[in-house]
Design a protein. Sequence first.
Lengths: 482, 482
Amino acid sequence: MFECAFVRVWFAWLASCVLLPATLLAGSGQADAPAAARAAAKPAWLDAYRAPAARLIEAATADDAAWQRLAELTDTFGSRLSGSKAYELAIAWAVDRMRADGLEHVRAEPVKVPHWVRGHESLEILDPVERPLPLLGLGGSVATSAEGVIAEMMVVSSFDELDARAAEARGRIVVYDVPFTTYGETVRYRGAGASRAARHGAVAALVRSVGPVGLRTLHTGAMRYDPAFPSIPVAAITAEDAGMLHRVAKRGKPVRLRLTMASHFADEADSANVIGEIRGREHPDEVMVVACHLDSWDVGTGASDDAVGCIGVWEAVRLMKQLDLRPRRTVRVVLYANEENGLRGGTTYRDAHREELAKHVAMLEMDLGAFPPVHFGFSGSDGARATVEAIASLLEPIDAHRVRPGGGGADIGPSVQAAGIPALSLTGDAEQYFMIHHTPADTIDRIQPRDVARAAAAIAVMAYVIADLPERLDRAAGTGAP
Amino acid sequence: MFECAFVRVWFAWLASCVLLPATLLAGSGQADAPAAARAAAKPAWLDAYRAPAARLIEAATADDAAWQRLAELTDTFGSRLSGSKAYELAIAWAVDRMRADGLEHVRAEPVKVPHWVRGHESLEILDPVERPLPLLGLGGSVATSAEGVIAEMMVVSSFDELDARAAEARGRIVVYDVPFTTYGETVRYRGAGASRAARHGAVAALVRSVGPVGLRTLHTGAMRYDPAFPSIPVAAITAEDAGMLHRVAKRGKPVRLRLTMASHFADEADSANVIGEIRGREHPDEVMVVACHLDSWDVGTGASDDAVGCIGVWEAVRLMKQLDLRPRRTVRVVLYANEENGLRGGTTYRDAHREELAKHVAMLEMDLGAFPPVHFGFSGSDGARATVEAIASLLEPIDAHRVRPGGGGADIGPSVQAAGIPALSLTGDAEQYFMIHHTPADTIDRIQPRDVARAAAAIAVMAYVIADLPERLDRAAGTGAP
């Protein structure tokens, strides 16, 4: 079901996932020190932005309007998997609300999206007594037969161990019991675990959930098949059960599992990127994009991944409108489609706006939650970085002034890469984020109103000033890609 | 399905649950200070027990044998609901292992237990778009029809609010969104929520899980019907979803839910209390009981509730055997049946051993986990308390020397109450325990080997010394009941 073009983009995205967290999880000291030093030398042009920045911060933090909108979105529609009715309704709601907010050029730009359907799924350990184990099929997995796969399990701690014991894998259900270190390190097992096992003749694979140990918490997420090997069904199990199966295996008695999955792809569905703007007063054709993705996995309500990002970037633009702050250039909010299992929103935007990308002055994505402490990531020229750091210094009052290397995001990635656009991200605390990432526990009650307000304020100030700068943000050739 | 006698006992047990946690959760300062002062005046007889206590502590903490046995039990059989095949196998395993340990008079004393079967269950919110919500039917609930109950929801924060808005409840599914304070305070909604709603004409009830907010974590547990009102189906929902439904209700648009449950009682099943002993060398007919319950709810693996209690008391006796420490009186380990949904093990033991209860010198139950810090609870005469506190002082090296008011346990309760027997408990940290209590997350990986070893050592020392005292533990009339 995966087109080649999609697979290539998606590989790139997976690679960015692998690389991103190392930066996210790195200590902040070294990265922040030079930033602080540079920010200390504040340029004269910054003074003109102190008043509007203060107004944006004050308006954003005056009430819990942003959190209430986040609650309305996640409470009303729940999860928003591409192709689902709930997602379709959420898109219509967002268009209506953006228009009511007075945003300009509000539209839903068509995007065709894959429609993966989970269907019924179950897992049982059969020896010495049959009992169910919780599971979550991985997005994109094929189904089993209706009777399920019944096979003896083989538990490994790594791909290396699997390869070393390859002869044992034939006809088995391979269980990966890989403790979570960083997302980048362990998500490889979710992405490639099925095909790595199928290569040695395994009939199914189970992957320890990619996240810290929770409370028997399941993490779903996308996987991909290597076309060189058979496509075998694959699901996530809890960290606790992976450990249990590993102990049982070490005791030496053979244990059989039964895995049943009815997952499949329905026809591709009509979906959309939701877009609204404040048109620039001097250069309306030059665009500062602030972005998120409105789709989510089909568990939890996608509150941190990525409804809070959508509310953050949308509120940023709404606040400018409310305060009548119209920058020189256009600020465009894009609620992308289908980040989770296809990235079609990002690739469709790139293709539909290809002619316009040269006039994208910068793109910012918020897709790693609002849990404090937050920081900006930036990828671009040194000149642009200095400008971004100066702007960020305006956010010291709300503790959102840190700028670290590595900006960007999955959805803006295709455009950023195609045209070398300076790329930013607003990023929350990774530890809290990955605890609930792709789980049923990604719900709004974990998110504080002040944290949504902080994110909206930070993005509003950053986007407004970049869009309003007397000179366009520096875009030295060859340094724009994240 | 509930016999009158059972209902009475079970009411008493529920009442003890309501009262117990207030003690458990109280600050330790005041309760510990007098204990420390009294323990400072250590009696001369205590000296004879310093060497055996040190040996028991050393043996218990020398390796992770206790944790490994806990792992074998919970990994092999999983959850152990009364009437289930897994529980039956676990009983047979325990008898075999006790015999292999060399315990004496090992037997499985027959107990008839109720056999509640969960069956398929589901919950959906229907407006504005149908989507599933996780649920766990409460133990003892009746089923819905096969099509389920479809009704508008009514969300309340308390019984008071329900009663004040009673006219709205007719035909509704009542949702109790009661934030967790203490177990005793909030378990009332689990126990009585269905009948309190049915009294006003509700057609089903949903209860916010009784526990701290976890990660969309469901807590099951027993409920009871008031025969004065119709029996309506009742299930637990997550704290997050209770809050979500409450917010949705406050927005004012009617919302319908569909609840489907196939729970029912099968025929009563043959089960057993598993018993082993070290016979006393001078007064074998006088008995010190150390107890737990081997059954669990049907989610998680009942590792803390109460497999760890079983391993703690069983190891205590095994260690005496291993070290050839045979006290003057008999020490009897009892792995009770059916604590969770019937208390038949406790009532059957009381009835089968009625003639012998007068010679029970004390009973100790471990059923609140092994999470540190641990303490003993004690209910009995002041004289006996002073003795218990002196013995506990031997456990200072492993931080298990605290003695607080309020000993006992659900399973030993019927015997303790029938014969005024001094009652002890070994109790872990309540906050960690109630986080995973009756949830899928009650698994062994949360329990540290050193904590199982500490519990076993503490119980071994306390039980050995009480059973070996030159004079039988004081049992002043009228003060024995907890």
